[in-house]
Ligand binder design. Structure first.
Ligand code: ZN
Length: 261
């Protein structure tokens, strides 16, 4: 039987994914399933202090894989998780969008590789996006040693969307139960829209919506923001102050590459 590792809490403030992983863990223990292991609080001290980075060394755990045996606290945790994860056949790492952001559930992986695309197509999640980062994250380092691994983004760090949680939970349970192919749209690219104006952003689109070039995607201090790309809205900044230096207002998946049925 193929072995599955599900992780969450690599970023300690991503509550929705941590809660989801705890639920899946409870379900697995209750059903006596033996080929799946769940680590809901992979970055324990970050989860306890409800912050993205590990408070011990202020590092982003998902930027230090595959880790170091005798490195900083985060590098040691990464080393342990990486060496555990490579003993599994499938690795699924659960995350959420950041603070003041929400997204539609989507997979990020190196979907140009068949084995990742195959895993992504069996998770019951509608969208899968090609990663832009080819190393230092858990899924990318596992993928680089030739094993299927994906990251799933769901909800926002401080926003829980019940229906999206249910969709991902059902997808994971179905995968663990049967692992059949589902209907997934793969995208080769995504883009973050960063208008140059600073101010209060009010979105006019929702995650999952399709937008055209020239569509209104929101306002900044009352001034209309137009999209310069077409595609599917993956995630948005929720109503809050927008700073062009550090934020983006909408992220858009472009160029669908395959519809698997
Ligand atoms: Zn994360």
């Amino acid at each position: 039987m193929k072995r599955v590792l599900i992780t969450a809490g690599i970023h300690g403030n991503e509550t929705a994914s941590i809660l989801l992983a705890r639920e899946i863990k409870g379900w697995i223990e209750g059903s006596g399933i033996s080929n799946v292991e769940v680590l809901p609080e992979a970055n324990k001290k970050a989860v306890e202090s409800n912050q993205r980075n590990n408070p011990e060394d202020d590092k982003d755990l998902n930027r230090v894989f595959p880790g170091k045996k005798n490195g900083s606290d985060s590098e040691k945790i990464a080393y342990e998780i990486f060496h555990k994860a490579k003993e599994f056949d499938f690795v699924i790492d659960l995350h959420t969008y950041g603070e003041n952001r929400v997204c539609i559930p989507h997979i990020i992986s190196d979907i140009r590789k068949d084995y990742n695309r195959n895993l992504a197509s069996r998770l019951g999640i509608k969208y899968a996006i090609q990663t832009k980062m080819s190393s230092r994250q858990l899924f990318s380092e596992i993928s680089n040693i030739g094993k299927p691994a994906v990251l799933i983004e769901i909800c926002g760090a401080n926003t829980i969307i019940e229906k999206d949680m249910e969709e991902v939970k059902k997808g994971l349970k179905d995968f663990i139960d049967r692992g059949k192919e589902k209907n997934t749209t793969f995208f080769d690219e995504y883009e973050k829209i960063r208008p140059s104006d600073e101010g209060y952003f009010i979105p006019a689109v929702k995650p999952g919506e399709t937008i055209e070039k020239g569509s209104k995607i929101g306002t900044i201090d009352g001034k209309v923001v137009i999209s310069d790309v077409e595609g599917t809205v993956l995630g948005i900044q929720t109503e809050s102050t927008y700073n062009p230096e550090s934020d983006y207002v909408v992220s858009v998946a472009k160029t669908p590459i395959k519809n698997s049925n």
